[in-house]
Design a protein around this ligand. Structure first.
Ligand SMILES: [Zn+2]
Length: 349
């Protein structure tokens, strides 16, 4: 983030942001700083949706929206950046289109990838602040490493049912995700599909996150530096715990040299609506136009702006995104979905 001294707000911007500018500690210079800040949001889901709406309304200059999934009906109860007509669209693309209607002053970079150890640096470099809307420790570990490697602050949150945890990691100043979470694993019995998640909890947690992002952008001390905040949205209990850097943390204190496996393993995840997300570890760069022409000889192909929707004669629906991740709907198991992935990717060579 940087201040461009010659940059001046237009009359329209002064009007749009007048209630920010009226805050007693928020100047035109601060607004210009916000407008020159790039925020990378990973996971445009339950937490990411309210965060995105706030980041856009406040007027952050550039928002990178990173998500691997497509919009499903069961998302809309809490993922308030989507409309029912967006079902089937890649989330990053649908979010960018909807948010652009709210505030066309903001530039959006939708990136349809599944974040991994192999791609996290490429996906996050150039951002000033990272904001977490993820739901898995595996993905968060990749983000944590990239945050440290790139020196980018990382505003962490996790939320399920009525409970959320939040903190802000600043490389060199605080501990990191590994210091706090150790080798914690995702609990398959505690997912939002099984125990649910309150949309009101998500809005509360997202508001805290965006407040942290704003403080970071303005060079002010965020409230959750070296503190873990917990929210119970049923009782409205907000608790705070001091946390710090673990002297033996193998990621930030005594780093063990980490090299990604280098294999290009496929990650197959079953989504809520019996569809499968298949993503290669390494980002691909598919030529969607030429792929569409080849697939058209066998399937029905719908060309969208930055993705393809393919339907097979047996009514299997496949959404293809340029980085090589696919969402396959209508198959009965992961093997069937993986086979289709290989068939389609073979056509792109
Ligand atoms: Zn650490």
């Amino acid at each position: 983030m940087f201040i461009v001294s010659e940059m001046k707000l237009t009359d329209e911007q002064r009007d749009r942001y007048s209630r920010m500018l009226a805050l007693r500690d928020f100047s035109e210079n601060d607004m210009e700083t916000v407008m020159n800040t790039t925020v990378a949001l990973i996971g445009a889901g339950g937490l990411g949706s309210p965060s995105l709406r706030l980041l856009t309304a406040v007027g952050f200059g550039r928002i990178r929206i990173i998500d691997r999934d497509i919009v499903e009906l069961s998302n809309i109860q809490r993922q308030t950046v989507f409309n029912t007509k967006d079902i089937g669209m890649p989330k990053a693309e649908a979010a960018a289109a909807n948010l652009n209607l709210m505030n066309p002053e903001v530039s959006f970079d939708p990136i349809c990838v599944s974040i991994s150890e192999e791609n996290s640096i490429d996906v996050l470099k150039g951002a000033d602040i990272i904001i977490d809307g993820l739901d898995s420790f595996k993905a968060r570990r990749a983000v944590n490493r990239a945050s440290l490697a790139l020196g980018i602050p990382y505003v962490f949150a996790g939320a399920v049912e009525y409970y959320a945890n939040l903190t802000t990691f600043i490389p060199g100043e605080t501990g990191c995700l590994q210091c706090v979470m150790g080798d914690a694993k995702d609990n398959p019995e505690n997912t939002c599909a099984l125990v649910g998640v309150s949309p009101m909890l998500l809005s509360l947690a997202a508001s805290v996150q965006v407040n942290e992002v704003l403080n970071l952008a303005l060079g002010r001390e965020p409230a959750l530096v070296n503190r873990l905040m917990t929210i119970d949205s049923n009782t409205l209990n907000f608790d705070f715990f001091d946390i710090g850097k673990a002297s033996d943390c193998e990621v930030c204190s005594a780093p063990v040299k980490y090299t990604p496996s280098g294999t290009n393993e496929l990650r197959v995840t079953q989504l809520c609506s019996q569809s499968f997300n298949i993503a290669p570890e390494k980002m691909m760069s598919l030529d969607l136009e030429s792929l569409a022409s080849k697939l058209e000889t066998r399937y029905s192909v719908k060309r969208m702006k930055r993705f393809l929707v393919v339907e097979t004669p047996s009514e299997i629906k496949i959404t293809i995104m340029p980085a090589g991740n696919l969402v396959v709907k209508g198959v009965s198991n992961a093997d069937e979905a993986t086979k289709l992935f290989h068939d389609i990717i073979a056509e792109s060579n």
